[in-house]
Design a protein around this ligand. Sequence first.
Ligand code: KG4
Ligand code: ZN
Length: 360
Amino acid sequence: MTRILGIETSCDETGASIVEDGRRVLSNVVASQHDLHARFRGVVPEIASRAHLERLGPVIDESLERAGVELRAVDAIAVGNRPGLIGSLIVGVSAAKALAWALDKPLVGVDHVRAHLWAANLYETVDDTPPPPAVGYPALGLVVSGGHTSLYEMAGPTKLRVIGRTIDDAVGEAYDKAAVILDLPYPGGPNLDKLAGTGDGRAYGFPRSMLGAESLDFSFSGLKTAVLYAVRGRPVGRGGEAHFERSANDLTEEERRDLAASFQAAAVDALIRKIDRAIDQREAGGETTKSLVIGGGVSANSLLRERVKEFGERRGIAVFVPAMRYCLDNAAMIAGLAHEQLQRGDVADLSLRAVARGGV
Ligand code: KG4
Ligand code: ZN
């Protein structure tokens, strides 16, 4: 039995978790900073790193306490060290190094994006109930978050090849920006999702960007602009004189609901069409796909969850969607994937660095 302490500080959630043998979550503590960033309607990096510094110690203590595990009893320390906000990542990486050194335990550096694709494997302790099935490979992976919208061919949990990515905005970013255009409160994604559930997704014909006929890449900036123009009209005037004649205040409640629903229908449709295309291409190349696995903040989206399940039934592919608490940033996914890495001897030393960009 291996118990790993995971640490996550890549953006605006301070997380610590104890996971047993890669999948069984003994504790998962997340201190969200939404309250601190709300009035700026987005994450302020300087505020985020300061808050991680204040909160990480107590969050780690609480994760040990809830799991009923002594710090000395953990088998390894794992940290999400890439990609993310550099000032935020440094807090987690420094803490993990200090713990690994003081306790003389292995240190594992985990890629945050890969960890999102591990999240669907996590489950909680329920006495004798058998664990839910784990993701089978080869798999198609879709990461949909505030920073990423990427498709992967997965030969295993750490063997990934990018086959498509966004050429402009990430889908979570498009959600957050559309929410600002519709004057919804922060955090935008979940609030837009909620409002969309009450509207008519066919009311506005927003674009589903497919790019080239073979392309597996995504584009969401056209959709975002279409929502902007639908809400505020086309800009009048040129250069510094340009202005909009309408604002979100001019919308009726019904229009606002229908705009949210139509945005959501277009965004999710674009994702599903690309998954379909990827499976078609794999089939044409004689490759089988056992599973579709999704992860990242937008995998909490109600319509996407519904549509990927339908997709799985239609195409005869097992679909893995994380439990809601493991969709958004959390440390359980870091500790979980670290177990795979540890088994393969993929261990870091004290030269481990925080890396803002890159990874898969
Ligand atoms: O994975 P995550 O917590 O952070 C990153 O790694 O980026 O994802 C955060 C993103 C935000 O853009 C947020 O608006 C979006 O996930 N999000 C949602 C929903 N819940 C979170 N987007 C659409 N519908 C949701 N229910
Ligand atoms: Zn994330």
